[in-house]
Every structure is written in C-alpha cells, then in structure tokens.
Design a protein around this ligand. Structure first.
Ligand SMILES: *[C@@H]1O[C@H](CO)[C@@H](O)[C@H](O)[C@H]1NC(C)=O
Ligand SMILES: *[C@@H]1O[C@H](CO)[C@@H](O)[C@H](O)[C@H]1NC(C)=O
Ligand SMILES: *[C@@H]1O[C@H](CO)[C@@H](O)[C@H](O)[C@H]1NC(C)=O
Ligand SMILES: *[C@@H]1O[C@H](CO)[C@@H](O)[C@H](O)[C@H]1NC(C)=O
Ligand SMILES: *[C@@H]1O[C@H](CO)[C@@H](O)[C@H](O)[C@H]1NC(C)=O
Length: 263
C-alpha cells in the first residue's frame, strides 16, 4: 500500500493521473471520433462490401448499421472508435450501396417509401449479408470470437446473430427497431441495450417488455436509458447538446465494457 503522503506526492507529479488513464482507457473519450475523416478501408468479400477498421485482434466487432448504412460518415467514425478501443471492426454494407435517405421512423425526405425499403431489406436478404461478414471474420481473418454492435435497423440483427449457431458470442444494441420477442428469446449470449427516452419505435412500454424478455433469457444482460436522447443517438447524436453527446459516448463505453467483460 502506498502511504497518503506518497499518494499526494505522486498526484502532484501527475503520475497517478497518467497511470489511471492508461489502466482505464475505456473511459477515455479521446478514442471516440464524432467528426473528421474515417480511417478504415473497404474490401469486397463474396460480393459483399465490408468497411474494415482497427488492428488485428482475437475478438472482432461486427458493426451493424442503421438504415443510413456504411455510407453515413458517423457509422464509419463510430466503427473506427471501436478500432481504437482495441477491436478489429468490420461493418458490412447492409444495403448494397443504396441505403435509405430517411430514418426508419419516417423523418426526412418526403416521398421516400420506407415501407417498401424495409420490405426489400427483410431478414431473408439481410441475414445472408451478415453471415458473409461473420464468415469473413472467422475464416479469412481467423478471429476466435465475434461480438456485435447494432444500431436501429442493425440493432434487431445484433439479436438475430446471437441465436444458436450464428457465430456471434456477445451483443449490444442501441435503440433497436423492429425487434421481435422471439428474437430476444432465442439469444444464447449476453446482450446489452442502450435506449433513448424519446423513441417512438421503442417507447417505455416496449422497453419494459424488452427488459422482461432479457430477464427471461437467464443470461447476463443490461438495459440503460439515456435521458435527453432521441432515437438514433448512438450514432447521430447532436454533439453540441451536452446530454446527447454524453449519451452517445456512454452508449459506446457501455458496448466496449460489455465486450471487454463477456467476450
Ligand atoms: C494499430 O497499430 C499501430 C502500430 O502498433 C498503431 O500505431 C496504431 O495506433 C494502431 N491502431 C489502432 C486503431 O489501434
Ligand atoms: C410503399 O410501398 C408499399 C410496399 O411496397 C406499397 O404497398 C405502398 O403502396 C407504397 N406507398 C406509396 C405511397 O407508394
Ligand atoms: C487464416 O488461416 C488460414 C488457414 O490456416 C490461413 O491460410 C490464412 O493465411 C490465415 N489468415 C490470416 C489473416 O491470418
Ligand atoms: C425520429 O427520430 C428523430 C431522431 O433521429 C427525431 O428527431 C424525430 O422526432 C423522430 N420522429 C418521430 C415521428 O418519432
Ligand atoms: C444541436 O444542439 C444545440 C445545443 O442544444 C442546438 O442549439 C442546435 O439547434 C441543435 N442542432 C440541431 C440540428 O438540432
């Protein structure tokens, strides 16, 4: 044990500050990029375009985007942040180059048919794209564990790939949309959820149902509610707003800590 005087002396030299930052890099907001240029690369594997970022690691992050796809800079930047947190991260192009210009809740370009978009990108189309990305991680990059982080549209699939035999070990989802009860009941690995307090796609009643379904799985789980946030905040928070900025950053740390702990 260090004596009190020694601690004060170390503190005054800055030693403690430096060492605690090194041991606790997960709380280091500098790994998160909200703006700037993405640092990853794109590669095509079995006809699926993948955004790849971060250095080689035994456990890789499968990043499943919202309807704006890997084409949205914020998605690439957040994937890069998982890279800087120590995880090789890949994000498949879920919409084959043609993401939605409109959020799933209908905000945005008038006249865009969200119903038709979602119908064209159901599980029968999306599951195989994600399976290709998992195959790439496991057979081309030889990673031993795959964890997943999903946002809105991708949040549902973060649950779907946690089912038996899908090849993903641990999951996190921020404001998942269209998530079905059976998809929660089918998971076989720990799941963590970040929720917004203003989310018409996941209102308080639905949040309570999701909590109950997570409890029923008997697996490790957590659900965190971030005040002052809206649907989409995990990726597209207004970072000029202190509550939204905190929510986005804390949801990121929630995911990283979840992976560090359970993978
Ligand atoms: C990847 O490794 C290189 C060389 O060690 C290092 O400079 C770089 O910061 C690492 N990148 C990430 C995202 O961790
Ligand atoms: C949107 O697409 C759905 C499904 O394809 C279709 O039934 C509906 O008529 C379309 N709505 C408009 C306004 O075009
Ligand atoms: C992965 O393993 C295969 C088979 O052992 C090997 O051919 C390939 O070079 C490995 N890839 C990487 C990135 O290590
Ligand atoms: C949809 O989500 C956005 C944030 O992404 C929010 O500003 C808007 O109020 C929401 N619209 C509805 C109808 O819930
Ligand atoms: C972002 O948040 C700031 C601070 O609350 C606010 O002034 C600004 O209008 C917001 N921007 C958008 C696009 O909502």
């Amino acid at each position: 044990m260090l004596g009190y005087t020694t601690l004060i002396a170390l503190w005054s030299t800055g030693f403690l500050v430096a060492s605690s930052a090194a041991e606790c890099s997960v709380a280091d907001v500098s790994v998160i990029a909200h703006t700037g240029d993405p640092v990853g690369r794109e590669e095509v594997y079995n006809e699926i375009n993948l955004y790849i970022t971060g250095n080689t690691s035994d456990t890789a992050v499968l990043y499943l985007t919202d309807v704006f796809g890997i084409q949205l800079p914020e998605n690439k930047l957040l994937a890069d942040s998982f890279g800087r947190a120590g995880y090789l991260t890949i994000a498949p192009d879920l919409f084959n180059g043609t993401p939605s210009p409109v959020d799933i809740n209908g905000t945005g370009t008038p006249g865009f048919n969200t119903t038709a978009f979602l119908a064209a990108h159901g599980p029968e189309v999306t599951d195989p794209i994600i399976a290709t990305a998992i195959d790439y991680l496991r057979t081309a990059l030889n990673v031993t564990k795959v964890v997943t982080t999903g946002y809105c549209f991708g949040g549902r699939y973060a649950f779907r790939v946690l089912a038996e035999g899908k090849g993903v070990d641990v999951g996190f989802a921020a404001h998942p949309s269209l998530l079905e009860d059976a998809e929660i009941a089918a998971i076989t690995g720990p799941a963590s959820v970040a929720a917004a307090d203003a989310d018409s796609l996941m209102p308080p009643e639905r949040r309570a149902q999701i909590e109950a379904l997570l409890l029923d799985t008997g697996l490790a789980y957590t659900l965190s509610l971030y005040g002052g946030t809206q649907h989409g905040f995990g990726v597209r928070a207004n970072i000029s707003d202190p509550e939204q900025k905190f929510g986005k950053e804390q949801a990121f740390f929630q995911a990283v800590r979840w992976f560090d702990t359970w993978a």
